[in-house]
Design a protein around this ligand. Structure first.
Ligand SMILES: Nc1ncnc2c1ncn2[C@@H]1O[C@H](COP(=O)(O)OP(=O)(O)OP(=O)(O)O)[C@@H](O)[C@H]1O
Ligand SMILES: [Mg+2]
Length: 340
């Protein structure tokens, strides 16, 4: 990946808050490149530093160490006016929507345009176009109090897009919504990304959100990036304890290393990397080898129609039969390793 493709770069970025009760290091040595046109997820537990990170990206918080680059330029080197311009190119939405209750939907969406000095006619036309995009063109005269949570978030998205941003920052944008509405909002974000080319940065504590729409993910843990990379790779093979905890779920969080029973037979872990579908692999393997396998543990899931995750299977006791299985996996370039 060339650096020119990265619309946002964080380089050794840190943020320490100085409070009456001492210093709070919210972020430490964050290095993350966000590719233009991608949907980047940032996930972590409460207090990990996610909101601080996203606020540093648009300089609502000024990092105390390192740099944030937007389109190749360090925000720290910009004048206040240039920072404001850069910020206009980064729309933001929040968990609590933050709409203006005294204004109708049209006026909510025209608000950032009014501030930018855009004339009323142009602003109204743009707002109508955006409210249509988010499916609320027949509600323009309504007030926020007349809307459901999902509809409010749609208005917030329309408003965030008013200034034609290149990046949309979403801080827990679906956390206050039910699963169905969450799905609809995520679909909308995906559409905005694919059709308008807007880079979307999704902050969440839910793996299901990452799974649903993100291309890449960074896992934040205690102010650091624990691991980052393409969603399919991280899901297939989380390398850190926090990664395993978030991906495999809390139920497995304390059980690493996972115990796979006390059988003496050889066991292998098959890693699904998003290239292969899970069911065909197992059923074809069983058919091709003519030997049954015992699945001891499975944590696979579909990401964009492809399987990612891992499965531990017990090989047959008979050496030649076990070899058939491993040969099959090798021939089909399916990643696996022996486990204890
Ligand atoms: N303005 C501030 N002053 C002092 N400490 C702060 C400030 N903002 C954040 N913090 C601290 O920085 C750390 C990271 O907070 P942050 O809000 O970024 O976490 P988060 O990952 O967004 O959490 P959540 O999932 O609960 O929203 C926390 O310890 C928090 O208390
Ligand atoms: Mg937060």
């Amino acid at each position: 990946m060339t650096q020119e493709n990265n619309i946002v770069r964080m380089v050794h970025m840190g943020k320490t808050f100085h409070t009456d009760s001492g210093d709070v290091k919210a972020l430490d040595d964050i290095n993350l490149d966000i590719k233009e046109g991608s949907i980047q997820g940032i996930i972590g537990l409460s207090g990990a530093g996610k909101s601080t990170l996203v606020r540093c990206i648009n300089y609502l918080e000024i990092p105390t160490n390192g740099q944030v680059l937007f389109e190749g330029r360090s925000l720290g080197d910009m004048t206040a006016a240039e920072v404001r311009e850069a910020r206009k190119k980064m729309g933001m939405i929040f968990q609590q929507f933050n709409l203006l209750d005294q204004r109708n939907l049209l006026k909510n969406v025209t608000f950032p345009l009014e501030i930018s000095g855009v004339d009323k006619k142009t602003a109204n036309a743009r707002a109508l176009e955006l409210l249509k995009l988010v499916g609320l063109e027949d509600r323009v005269k309504n007030y926020p109090s007349q809307l459901s949570g999902g509809q409010k978030q749609r208005v917030a998205i329309a408003r965030a897009l008013a200034t034609n941003p290149k990046v949309l920052l979403c801080d827990e944008a679906t956390s206050a919504l039910d699963p169905k509405t969450t799905g609809q909002i995520l679909e909308l974000l995906k559409k905005i990304n694919r059709e308008m080319g807007v880079t979307v940065i999704v902050i969440t504590h839910q793996m299901s959100v990452i799974e649903a729409i993100c291309d890449s993910v960074a896992i934040i843990d205690h102010s650091h990036i624990a691991e980052s990379g393409p969603v399919s790779e991280i899901f297939a093979n989380p390398k850190t304890e926090i990664g395993r905890k978030l991906i495999l779920g809390d139920g497995n969080a304390d059980s690493t290393p996972i115990s796979f029973g006390d059988s003496k037979n050889r066991k292998i872990r098959i890693v699904f990397d998003g290239l292969s579908a899970y069911k065909p692999v197992i059923s074809e393997m069983t058919l091709a080898c003519g030997v049954p396998v015992n699945i001891l543990f499975a944590n696979t899931r579909e990401v964009e129609g492809k399987a990612v995750g891992q499965m531990v299977i017990e090989l047959p006791e008979e050496r030649s039969e076990a070899d058939k299985i491993t040969d099959y996996l090798t021939e089909n370039t399916i990643t696996f390793e022996e486990v204890q």
